[in-house]
Design a protein around this ligand. Sequence first.
Ligand code: FAD
Length: 308
Amino acid sequence: VFDVLVVGGGPAGAAAAVYAARKGIRTGVASERFGGQVLDTMSIENFISVPHTEGPRLAAQLEAHVREYEVDIMNLQRATALTQDADGVTTIQLESGASVRGRTVVLATGARWRQMGVPGEDEYRNKGVAYCPHCDGPLFKGKRVAVIGGGNSGVEAAIDLAGIVSHVTLIEFDGKLRADEVLQRKLRSLSNVRIITSAQTTEVLGDGKRVNGLVYRDRVGGDSHRVELEGVFVQIGLLPNTEWLKGSIELSPRGEIVVDAAGRTSLPGVFAAGDATTVPYKQIVIAMGEGAKASLSAFDHLIRSSSP
Ligand code: FAD
């Protein structure tokens, strides 16, 4: 039985593992893919104190830092269920058929951006197709971009980007935007934003190296239109990797693990951190801080619990 069992090996899980191991307690990390979303990232310029790095490099450094300590790293392990015994020990069932147990558990399974699933999206990922305006917005300074999605995150992204880029085209599938009225009003007040509703993005275009346009179909008239641009920000939802936790701990309506300010979940001894949780703003620096916090909360739980 681990003292702290971390599920997920992204920035949140790595931070949780380092903080637990430094207490000299039995620590394990079970993850599908160590590094998490960082592995899919090219340039990272907002990890404070590191002005520039690249995703695969940071992922390797996360793993190296964890390996400095006696942490049992279980890679390529997908968790499928969580149960808790009467004595408070938590069992994580793995897809392989095995299971691992922890006196405390830190859930850090992260999230994934919902994709449009159109030709060109994958091909030009990190070559003009982006998912995070806080991360990649400045890379498009003075250029033309589209934001796909007219919910709160899409409209927030469009307002944010309008201050950096030369022009923003916001494309919404529905007949009207779904964002809060106050955000819509702000968006409509901006002179370098065009809003297109009832529009289905059907293709991302490029020259083989970078994005140079997109095609959308007018869902009313049925005809297709081309927009010339250099970037496409896809904002149609961030899906937490928590499907496997349904019914065992409290999730928000969006599927995020509900945590309090100390990273506690609805189950005693089970903590959570990072993009999988209700904590706002999904960023590396935030996930790491939350992972450290959840781990310290787990340690606090251990020293207060009666069993030795
Ligand atoms: P994740 O990084 O998602 O890690 C989750 C971990 O859990 C992985 O190891 C995964 O394999 C594992 N896992 C998932 N489900 C299971 C399961 N059932 N069982 C076992 N393991 C599981 N943020 C920035 O701050 N700056 C940037 O420049 C930046 N750029 C980005 C660019 C892209 C393309 C993307 C996709 C994201 C970017 N982000 C950036 C966001 C940042 O990567 C995330 O906020 C951060 O990685 C979240 O960390 P996490 O540990 O919570 O989750």
